[in-house]
Structures are given as C-alpha cells and as structure tokens.
Design a protein around this ligand. Structure first.
Ligand SMILES: C[S@@+](CC[C@H](N)C(=O)[O-])C[C@H]1O[C@@H](n2cnc3c(N)ncnc32)[C@H](O)[C@@H]1O
Length: 659
C-alpha cells in the first residue's frame, strides 16, 4: 500500500497518493511515513495548516517512541531502502518538510527551528538552502534560538548568497554576546560625543577577535549597518595606530591578526567606504609610503603594516605590488594577498581574452560604460550554491506552479543570453542552475567582464562565454536565444523599451525572458538623498561618495534623508554610485510594463519575490491571480517598498509569432 502511495505521489497524482496514505493510517494510525508524506501532500495541495499538524505529529510520535523506527525500517525495507539509513535520515527529511510548510504559512521562526533540527540530524545542500530561506523570511531577530554557528557557516561556505544574510548577521552580532556589548557601549559613547573614530582597547580587541560570526561576515560580504560600520572604522583606526607605533607584529596573536585581515578584506569588499579623519588619512599614507619603500628595497615588512595599509588602500595599486606575492607570509595574510593582489592581477591579464562583439558608440552607452569600468557592480566574494541543475521548464514550473507554461522545444540544451552580466554573480548562477545551459554573457564594461570571467574559471564552469557588447547592437551578432536575462540593465539605457525590443528580436519563439526593472514607487524614497546630493554638488568620485555617505549617515535616524542608509546598496562605493549617482536611470510603473507586454503579445509568468511577499499577496487577494498586474499595482500602492529590489519577473514570447 505504502509503495503504491509513494508511486502515485512521485507521479504527482496527489489525490490518489492521499487515498493510499490514509488507507495505511487506517491500519496503523501512528505510521510515520504515511503521516509525514500525507503532510507533504497537504503542503503541495495548499493546505499548510494540515501539513504542519500531520508532519508535526509524525515527528512527535517518533521522538516520543523511537521504537516506531523499527516499523518504519520494515516498511522502508520493503521499498528497497537500507535499514541503516532509516530513522535519522527520515526524521531529518520530516523536519525539512515541516520547515517548508511553516515557511509557507509565514512562520519563519518555527521554520528556522525545524530546519536547525534537520541540519543537526543530517546536513544536505537542501537543508542548507532552507536554512538561508528561513533566515531571509524573518522580519526580526528570533529569541531563544542559537543561530550563530550555522549562520557563520552559511556566510563562509556559503549556503546561499552571503549578501542576503548580511543584514541579519549584523543585527545578531549587535544584539548578542561580547561583540554586541562592545558595539553598544561604543555607540552610546559616540552619541554622547565622547568618542569618534576612537581607539578600541586591547582587552576588547582580544574578546571580539574570537567572534567567528563577525569574522565570517567581514570576509564574505559587506556590512550593511551604520553602527557596526562606525565601530569597525574605530577598530581600523586602532590597527593603524598600532602599526604606525611600530608595535612588533609578533606581539599580536594569531586571532587578532586574523581579525585585522578580515577587516582589511571587508574594506576591500566595500571599496574603502569607511570614514576617517584627516590625521588618520595622513598616517595611513605615511605607512603606505614606508611599506612601498620596504618592498622596493627588499627589506622585511611587518605583517601589521601590510594589513593596516590594505585596510585603507587597494594593495594592487602599490608600485610593484606583485612582489608581495613572492614573499612568505602567515596563512591569514597570504589569503588576504591572494584576494587583494593576485586576483586583480589575474583580471587584468584576462582583458585581452574577451572579444568585442559589437560597436559601443551611443552616447549614453559610453557614459554608462565609463561608470562601470570605474566601478564594476557588484563586488562579490563567494558563489552561492544553486541546487541540482534543472531543465528550464521544470525550473519555471517550480517557480510558478499555477501558470500553464508552454514547453520550450530546446529545453534540454537552451542557448542563454545574459545581457548586462556585470561582475557575473547572476550569470554564473544561471549557468550552474539550468541543465544543459550554453551561456553567452555580455556587458559594456570590460572590467566587470574580467571579474566575472575570473570567477567563472575559478569555479571550473565550462558552459559560459563572455563578450563585450552593447544591448542596443545585439542584432549584429547574428545569434538567437531560448532564454534571455537582463537584470538591472535596461533602465540604464537612453530608451529602455528600445533595448527591450532588441532583446525580444533575438529571443526565439516560445523563449523565456527574465527582467529586472526599477520601480518608480519604491525608489521615491531616494528622492530626498538625491536632492541633497545635487544641492551639495557632490560628484561621483570615490572620495566624494565617501564624504557624502558620512554626511548622510550623520543625519538623525528619523529624518527622510537617513532612510537611504536602509538600502543595502548604500554600503559600498560601486553600489552607492549605482544607487545615488547614476549617469542614467529610468524608473517604471507596472502599468507601463503591462502596456509593453500587451503591445508585444508577451505572457507574464510571475514575479521573483521573497516567499513572505507572495504569501501576503495571496492573503490580500485570496482568489486573485499572481499574473494579474492590476492586482499587483494595487498591492504595490498599499506596500510601496515591496519592489525595492526591482520589478524582477519572467515572461514568455508566444510560439510561432515573430515579434
Ligand atoms: C546594475 S549592473 C547589474 C549587473 C548584473 N545584471 C547583476 O544583476 O548583478 C548593470 C550592468 O548593466 C550593464 N549595461 C548597462 N547598459 C548596457 C548596455 N547598453 N549594454 C550592455 N550592458 C549594459 C552595465 O555595464 C552594468 O554592468
């Protein structure tokens, strides 16, 4: 019976599967597998409450009476699974499924507890992805769950995009433990005017340097938090003072040096956004000169000098920086040098390997190119896992289960174009996620392309090629594609709809397109900061962006100007330039997007949004269709920040109808 139930379940015949599971339960009401899998059926057919009850009961029975496992073992043996894998594994899967059901109900805290249990029983790529999803679903820090270890691993291994965990990690660091207490004392002292960019005492440094979560956050992504940024700026100043006082690096224990290296890595990641006083800057410049002299005259270099300089300036810009790679260093410093000197050098060497595919002559394209040559967007450190590769049809069905997709004839080997790939984070994920994918990734900016190509080579990805090109000229390359993705790109063209039409003209009939476009409503919040910038005459150079950030951070927490510090893009030079200083930015409305879709007979498949937002939409419009843009317009008016990232959505071109 169970075998039959599972067969129907795998074939997606949920009603039949449910019948058979219930028949097993009629014989044995505590049957673990049937309770658990019936819960999964309930979850898959939209009955979340029932799913939680059933899976929860299966787990509770099992935990109360592990002897039930023997019975499960017998059933599972009948299904051909080994005795030894029964029990722990099945319980882990049940906890994962409970976590999915709880997430779908919007209960992220309980979902997180369930997934932590699952991870304790058995770690898999899936449980790690679910951990990241449930953390992202939280609207506040949960009480009574110890997350630090898993969060540190999720950032450093990583289990998802570190950037998506960054704000949460910063909040946790500030709330808990010794580091939290130190930061809070520091902030109170700053607010009382007693210290600014001050010095952190040795005892405090010795305590925080053992905070693994802090180290992982600094190394893997960017700190999106004003308080933590200020505190780290003070730690950096402390390191500089120690280095300049010629304190022998030997006096620094390994942990402290590791903290300083992590901080230098953070400064490189955020392109040196931290504020500093004029005196501090002069001291850093003096130390840089000492370092350069020692390097050129082949004298010994204290590690602390090197790390302190690396926290203020890009090491790769030092004369003869590559000589640093020929010396012997401790492990932490060698790793820092690999990231700050070896990688940029590698990227420079790749420049001649990327072909120019089209002309780049249009004036806006040239201005935009210049911006992203100077500030490639975004700087990312580690690639996120994407799960088992899936055919594009299966992937989109999973994303949009209620949409009746037309199948793509070439779905086993789709040709994919990533238009405006930037530094490659998104395009690399696509190349790894879509089964059989052959990817061409293009961008205006050669610096961004080199960054992307280096990461692609490091990850051993073979199904990607890169080219320098302007979206507006792509017809000239004489190729067509099954899938085209352009996220955060078209709104930087002089005429976004003209660029969109070019992309449609090279999308094959039945092909899919993923777009990301700015929402006018969501970006209204930036108006105050932009007015401030133009009134104060800040220009888009790194130095002025740095100054401007400090002024904005100095505005009271409750002023409209300070709202800008809630945007993740505020926290590095390239992303802040993108956010507030762009040479060309258009914003769209849902009705403009809707009109374009109907003029071009395109099917809207759905938005890429966090689960929580989709659940709220479902609660607001219980019988509404998730492809109805008019409903989404109403929803956005009621919740103006839901598209703060962008309108990110999938569409499909009609079969057999040339556009
Ligand atoms: C904000 S970044 C987004 C990068 C990437 N899509 C992502 O999501 O991380 C915008 C990118 O679009 C590229 N871009 C802008 N206009 C373009 C054009 N006309 N042709 C090709 N690339 C363009 C820029 O060079 C830049 O790298």
């Amino acid at each position: 019976m169970l075998k039959r139930a599972v067969r129907h379940h795998h074939a997606g015949q949920l009603t039949d599967a449910e019948d058979y599971y219930r028949q097993v339960l009629a014989i044995d009401q505590n049957h673990f597998d049937s309770l658990h899998l019936l819960g999964v059926v309930a979850q898959q057919s939209g009955r979340g409450d029932l799913a939680v009850r059933l899976i929860g009961r299966a787990i509770a029975l099992n935990e109360r009476n592990p002897a039930n496992n023997n019975k499960i073992a017998a059933d599972l043996d009948a299904l051909g699974r080994g005795k030894n894998s029964v029990g722990r594994h099945d319980l882990a899967v049940a906890y994962s499924n409970l976590s999915i059901a709880l997430m779908a109900l919007g209960n992220s805290t309980e979902a997180l507890k369930a997934i932590q249990r699952s991870i304790r029983l058995e770690e898999t790529e899936n449980t790690k992805l679910l951990f990241v999803q449930s953390v992202r679903g939280l609207s506040s820090l949960p009480e009574g769950i110890d997350l630090r270890d898993n969060l540190a691993r999720a950032l450093s291994e990583p289990w998802g995009r570190p950037i998506e965990l960054a704000r949460f990690a910063a909040n946790l660091i500030k709330r808990d433990g010794i580091t939290g207490a130190c930061i809070n004392r520091f902030i109170i002292a700053c607010e009382g005017g007693r210290r600014e960019y001050g010095i952190i005492d040795d005892a405090e440094l010795t305590q925080i340097c053992r905070d693994r979560l802090l180290l992982c956050l600094l190394e893997s992504t960017i700190v999106f938090d004003v308080d933590l940024e200020r505190y780290l700026a003070a730690v950096r100043n402390t390191m500089l003072q120690a280095a300049s006082a010629n304190i022998d690096s030997q006096q620094f224990d390994k942990d402290l040096l590791r903290l300083f290296c992590a901080l230098a890595q953070q400064c490189f990641n955020n392109e040196y956004t931290f504020g500093c006083t004029i005196k501090e800057k002069e001291l850093a410049e003096r130390l840089r000169q000492l370092l350069t002299n020692a390097l050129q005259s082949e004298e010994s270099i204290p590690e602390l000098w090197l790390v302190a300089v690396a926290a203020y300036f890009p090491l790769a810009s030092l004369p003869a920086a590559n000589l640093l790679l020929q010396r012997r260093w401790s492990h932490s410093v060698a790793q820092l040098l690999a990231s700050l000197v070896r990688d940029p050098e590698q990227e420079r060497k790749l420049q001649s390997s990327i072909p120019r595919l089209t002309d780049i002559a249009e004036s806006v394209s040239l201005a935009v190119k210049q911006q992203y040559e100077e500030n490639p967007y975004p700087r990312w450190v580690t690639a996120s896992p994407v799960g088992t590769p899936m055919a594009i049809d299966a992937y989109l069905r999973q994303q949009f289960p209620n949409v009746d997709l037309q199948t793509l004839p070439t779905s086993n080997r789709p040709d994919i174009l990533i238009a405006g790939c930037g530094t490659g984070q998104h395009s690399i994920e696509t190349a790894r996620r879509i089964k059989g994918a052959r990817v061409l990734a293009i961008d205006l900016s050669l610096t961004s392309l080199c960054y992307a190509k280096r990461r692609t080579q490091e990850l051993g990805i073979k199904n990607m090629e890169y080219g320098q090109a302007d979206v507006l000229q792509l017809q000239a390359i004489g190729r067509t594609f099954d899938i085209i993705e352009a996220s955060g790109v078209l709104h930087h063209l002089a005429d976004p709809l003209a660029g969109w039409r070019v992309l449609l003209s090279i999308l094959r009939p039945g092909g899919f397109m993923r777009l990301g476009l700015y929402s006018r409503l969501a970006r209204q919040e930036l108006t105050a900061a932009r007015t401030f910038i133009s009134q104060r005459g800040f220009r888009p150079s790194a130095a002025e962006i740095r100054r401007c950030r400090q002024e904005l951070m100095g505005c009271g927490y409750d002023t409209p100007l300070a709202r800008v510090t809630e945007w993740a893009d505020f926290f590095s030079i390239s992303t802040c330039r993108d956010l507030l200083f762009h040479v060309q930015e258009h914003q769209m409305t849902l009705s403009e997007i809707g009109s374009f879709l109907s003029e071009n007979q395109l099917r809207f498949l759905g938005f890429v949004l966090p689960l929580g937002v989709l659940q709220n939409f479902g609660r607001r419009f219980p019988s509404g269709n998730t492809t109805d843009l008019a409903l989404w317009h109403t929803f956005e008016m009621e919740n103006p920040s839901i598209f703060v990232e962008m309108y990110e959505f999938w569409i499909q071109k009609q079969h057999g109808k040339p556009q």
